[in-house]
Design a protein around this ligand. Sequence first.
Ligand code: ATP
Length: 235
Amino acid sequence: MLVVEDLVVRYGRSPALRGVSFTVNEGEIVTIIGPNGAGKSTALKSIVGLVAPASGRIDFAGRSVVGLRTEALLRQGLSLVPEGRHIFTSLTVAENLRIGATARRDRRAARQDIADMLERFPALQRRVSSPAGKLSGGEQQQLAIARALIARPRMLMLDEPSLGLAPLIVEQIFDIIRELRAEGTTVLLVEQNAAKAVALADRAYVLQSGSVVIHGAASEILSSTEVIDSYFGGA
Ligand code: ATP
């Protein structure tokens, strides 16, 4: 579904990605893990056109998406939940969800999806008229995911959804991702919480200093001593 090949991204002179390749197949959860500054966010930003690659290929559903704008990408079925959530804190929960529907042409169905989303996330339903800034971190993350889902993505990309959340809340967010996969949504998950991300994923790519150093089935990555030593604290 997504094919990224030999992706090179530079910020000024310094390379953030040095020829990175990865794929995401339909229905999979693929995770990209790696330390701070490895280039994980840059990989997602390139896919959604927030940074321009110096070279390389990014194909989604058989077509190049390089150079497409966010709205065009949404129409193709690519939706990103950015790091730090980027919800509109002074707008209400309902207004944030409506913003998620802006790329939808079928207004009536979009309204129904907002209602369904509120049913799915009872915490959001309870706070539907509150400014989003009043929500807890976990609720804000749910709102960011719900907003992305309103676009009915074929592939949902999440950038560090566990960042800054208490362990119990992280569990809830990961449960939501599990449910999405069960419903057939393809997921690309970028995480620093490597153990949790790999436990959830079908396949994993380990990024280090802008290069993929290891990739494979999540079960193999989990049993690889090299990865365990580097990323799971030798546990
Ligand atoms: P983090 O978990 O901290 O977000 P990451 O793996 O997502 O890390 P990136 O944010 O993609 O890493 O950053 C990769 C490299 O590019 C880092 O060295 C970072 O300092 C650099 N970088 C990221 N964004 C910019 C920018 N806008 N301008 C210049 N350098 C940047």
